[in-house]
Each structure stands twice: as C-alpha cells, then as structure tokens.
Design a protein around this ligand. Structure first.
Ligand SMILES: [Zn+2]
Length: 191
C-alpha cells in the first residue's frame, strides 16, 4: 500500500514507514527486522516522510530544514532527545516552512492510515445489494455507505428509518385505496 502511494520510495524506506506509521511497530523492532541501526532507521523514516508530505505539498527548504524534517520524524515516534527537541522548537518558531511541513505530513499520514483502515483486499466499489426480502420500494432507496458519514450515524439514521417507514406505510395505504377504488369501480360496473 505504501508502495502504491509512494512509488518513488526505496524498499527499506517503504517497509520502515509501513511498519512504524501504519502498523505502529516500535522503532527498535523495525530496525532489527530491517537489519539496520536506529540512526539509519531514523534517516530512512525521515526520507519516507518527506516523500509522503510531498504527496500533499511541495516545499522548498534549506539544509537546516532538512535536519528539522529528520527531527520532526523522530519526534512523531517519540524518539527525539531533549536537546534535539529544544533545537527543533527554536527552528519551528522561526520557520513557517517547517511548521507547514509538519502539518502536511500529519495530513498525509492520516490519509495513508485512513486508506489502510478497511480491508485492502476487498474494496467495496459498489454498494452491497439489498437482501431479497426487502420490498421494491426499499430496494430502490439509496443505501448509505458506512464510511460516508461515520460521525453522523445514530440519530440521523434513526430519523431516516422513521421517515422511510412513514413513506412505506403511506405507499401501502395508497395501494389499498387504489385497490378499493378499482374494486368499487368493478362492482359498480357489475351492478
Ligand atoms: Zn525549516
């Protein structure tokens, strides 16, 4: 998935980012798995996160900004020394560009994580077909997709259900009325 999102990334950077940022694996375990030192892993993650941030925004930067990006990457994983933290804070106070980098990186990481949340092997491009027991009227209703408005489910869903129930009851009443009229017409014609 990271490879799809960031095709320009090397194997090591890609794996490091996937394990740390997506799977939440601790850095030492990832370093061991990749057979590299923690400093090397730190650099790999910084490179990967730079690529990730570039997917949402291109930012020019000086050499100091390069180092700041590395420190930001370390801080995200809680692997930043106090001394470096102070240096990073000073830089961020004076560099809107790196503040923007951090903001964009968080945004891009969230998007990557959100993309990883549903089962990647079975993307639901079409809404699931309704069960056969439902009436035609219900079957033609737009089926709300679960990821469309996760925060607004509940009361809205309930209100919607009540609304549709009322509509279906109304439709049934109409059908009964139509049947009664037709029956009356038929009886009238017969008499
Ligand atoms: Zn900077």
């Amino acid at each position: 998935m990271v490879a799809t999102a960031l095709p320009g990334l090397g194997e090591r950077e890609r794996t490091a980012l996937a394990l740390v940022a997506l799977a939440g694996t601790a850095r030492p375990a990832v370093a061991e798995r990749l057979g590299i030192g923690e400093a090397e892993l730190s650099a790999s993650l910084a490179r990967a996160r730079k690529e990730l941030r570039k997917t949402v925004a291109a930012l020019p930067g000086s050499g100091w900004c390069e180092r700041a990006e590395g420190l930001i990457s370390d801080r995200i994983d809680g692997a930043l020394a106090d001394r470096d933290e102070a240096r990073l804070d000073v830089h961020l106070r004076n560099c809107p560009r790196c503040v923007e980098h951090e903001r964009r990186l968080v945004q891009a990481t969230d998007a990557l994580v959100a993309g990883a949340a549903p089962a990647p092997s079975a993307p639901q491009l079409v809404p699931p077909s309704p069960p056969p027991s439902l009436s035609v009227a219900t079957a033609q209703l737009p089926q709300p997709t679960p990821e469309a408005a996760p925060a607004k489910r509940g009361s809205r869903e309930l209100a919607g259900a009540l609304g549709w129930t009322a509509l279906i009851v109304f439709a049934i009443l109409l059908a009964v009325a139509a049947l009664a009229i037709a029956l009356a017409g038929a009886l009238g014609a017969g008499l």
